[in-house]
Each structure stands twice: as C-alpha cells, then as structure tokens.
Design a protein around this ligand. Structure first.
Ligand SMILES: [Zn+2]
Length: 219
C-alpha cells in the first residue's frame, strides 16, 4: 500500500498505513530509513509526512495513540477517505529524536511528543491525558520529556556511557538532553497562527531540578 492523502486541520498530510515505506524519491527531513522500517508496523503509531511551508522540505512526523485505537481500522478509514476528527481524537503528534538521560548517561532513540505541531486545537488536553514511558529503562529515574515509544533498534539501543566529566557524579536532576528538536512551526509565512512560533521538545519537568538527591531514588 502506498501513502494516502489525509487532510489534517489545514494541512495536506501524507499518511503511511501499516507496512508502507516512506519513499526516498524526495528529500524528507528527519527520515531515517532504518527507523522507518522498524516503525512501519507499529501498533500505536502511524507515520506521516507533511510540508508546513512552501520551499522547505517535507518532514517526517508521527501520530501516536495510547488509548488502544485500532490503527488497522484507521488505515481502512483513511483509504476510504472516511477518517474524520473522531478517528484522530486520541492522536498526539510526535517525532523521533535522540535523548540522553542525565541521571545515568544512557542514550535512547525515542519517539517523543512535539507540542506546537499545528494539527489539533485541543493539544493541551491531549498532552495531559496521553500515556507516556515515564522512566529511563536503564536507571528507572523519571524522564522530563514526553517519551511515547523507545525505538526498538535491535533490543533497545541504550548504552551506558563511561563515567566521564559530568557523569562522574550523575546529575539526578533528571534533565534529559534533547540532541535534536523542534518542528518548524508556524513562522507566519501565510499559515494560520497557532501556538508559539517555535517550541522546544522539552515540554515538562516532572520533578523539581532543585532537589537532585531526591531525584536519584528509584520509584
Ligand atoms: Zn537513566
């Protein structure tokens, strides 16, 4: 199955149903072919490609559900042109990115929510009610970013870094360094103004960074 055209809010989105591959015929920002293959059959997310601004590259994004939505049925609805607001009511826009846990130094490739992606007016409520992977699987300390999935690269590519520099005494403040970030949001170039122009992917601090020792506890 090829990609399907999906109108989403004011945008024309390429929707990739289960198993479809994002073609390399055109430059797609943030596309990692191996990742695309790994996530093509995922039961909680669907891949989309959208061009927010003329003249800029289309980019790879994800829609993620944590409410048990039947995405195979969604594929059929989109193919039939019958998917509306209801079908996407549980979806949260996301992108793949690399994060590093500052408590233990483990790096993870994750799919993370991207607040400010201009698809859904009730984004705040979606962010509040969505379910996340809350803790680093390596050290069990809470992450401060909204991680939706860990990309299963041959058994979760997490590496514990050797104790060097700041890692010698791990920061238990649990700030997670986001090495790549942001969707190029609305810059006013002819598109509706929704949300702030640019919002980083780090969206919530679940624990106060001022209490580092407490943050070291396992929960
Ligand atoms: Zn960790």
């Amino acid at each position: 199955m090829e990609w399907l055209n999906l109108p989403l809010a004011d945008w024309s989105v390429r929707y990739y149903p289960r198993g479809a591959r994002v073609s390399g015929a055109e430059s797609v920002a943030r596309l990692v072919p191996e990742e695309d293959e790994l996530l093509a059959d995922h039961e909680r997310l669907r891949r989309i490609v959208v061009r927010f601004f003329p003249g800029r590259p289309a980019q790879m994004l994800y829609l993620h559900w944590s409410n048990g939505a039947d995405l195979n049925a969604l594929d059929q609805s989109v193919a039939a042109g019958a998917a509306g607001k209801e079908e996407f009511s549980g979806a949260l826009p996301a992108q793949a990115t690399s994060i590093r846990c500052q408590a233990c130094g483990a790096s993870s490739r994750v799919v993370m929510a991207t607040p400010g992606t201009p698809f859904f007016d009730d984004e705040t409520e979606r962010l509040r009610t969505h379910r996340y992977i809350e803790k680093c699987p390596n050290c069990d300390v809470r992450w401060t970013v909204n991680v939706l999935e860990i990309v299963p690269t041959g058994g979760t590519r997490i590496r514990r870094e050797q104790a060097t520099g700041g890692l010698r005494s791990p920061s238990c403040a649990m700030r997670t360094t986001v090495t790549t970030s942001t969707v190029p949001h609305n810059d006013g170039a002819g598109a509706p103004n929704r949300g702030s122009p640019l919002r980083r992917s780090v969206v919530s601090v679940r624990e106060p960074v001022s209490s580092p020792r407490r943050g070291c506890r396992r929960q």
